[in-house]
Design a protein around this ligand. Structure first.
Ligand SMILES: Cc1cc2nc3c(=O)[nH]c(=O)nc-3n(C[C@H](O)[C@H](O)[C@H](O)COP(=O)(O)O)c2cc1C
Length: 183
């Protein structure tokens, strides 16, 4: 089977982001025919509808990366019980101009890690609402609400023993979900 490429969108710009780490670590739990590439969102301008007819090069780049990918993987923290503004900004950009969204029909996984006990559950629910409107089908189960705790990552950045089996199971379901949508 030919390679399946996944555009990864991380909702944190923080240098030592747990979510960026999680994105890297779970990609290694996927089979070899899956490739993951994180899309850059840190240099996007603030979304302004006036620019829809003349999107910035960074916006065109993001849209092209999403368009070229067979699936999407959102890995995001929770900010104030929702998704971070930088993530919403990126989604708004790639969804426009009206009728030219990059997201339609792209199967998406939603996962995230936060320091709070509910492990991004509220943010993920908001993100699912947005993706439903954008016609990007999301993997429903298993849900993965990860709390940032000692031992979540090994020193080499891989997933720690306590979470590895669960996250491998999540990845297996995600892989099957993407394949179902790309068949
Ligand atoms: C503006 C802001 C709002 C936050 N709100 C929440 C929240 O609603 N729930 C939560 O669990 N953690 C919240 N946090 C803490 C984040 O979980 C924590 O900063 C986490 O490390 C962010 O993810 P990152 O490591 O990928 O940057 C908030 C952090 C910031 C900076």
């Amino acid at each position: 089977m030919s390679a399946i490429s996944i555009a990864v969108i991380v909702g944190s710009l923080r240098r030592d982001s747990f979510n960026a780490k999680l994105a890297q670590a779970i990609a290694k739990l996927a089979p070899a025919d899956f490739t993951f590439k994180q899309a850059q969102i840190s240099d996007l301008p603030l979304y302004n509808q006036d620019d829809d007819a003349n999107q910035a090069p960074q916006v065109k780049r993001l849209k092209a990366e999403i368009a070229a990918a067979q699936g999407l993987l959102f890995v995001t923290p929770e900010y104030n019980r929702s998704i971070p503004g930088v993530l919403k900004n990126a989604i708004d950009h790639a969804s426009r101009p009206y009728g030219q969204s990059a997201f339609a029909g792209k199967p998406a996984g939603v996962i995230g890690v936060s320091v709070g006990a509910i492990g991004t559950a509220a943010a993920q629910q908001h993100l699912r609402n947005i993706l439903a409107y954008l016609d990007a089908p999301t993997l429903g189960q298993p849900e993965a609400f990860i709390q940032a705790k000692e031992g979540l990552f090994e020193p080499d950045g891989s997933i720690g023993a306590a979470s590895k089996q669960f996250l491998k199971g999540w990845m297996d379901r995600y892989v099957a979900w993407v394949k179902k949508h790309t068949a």
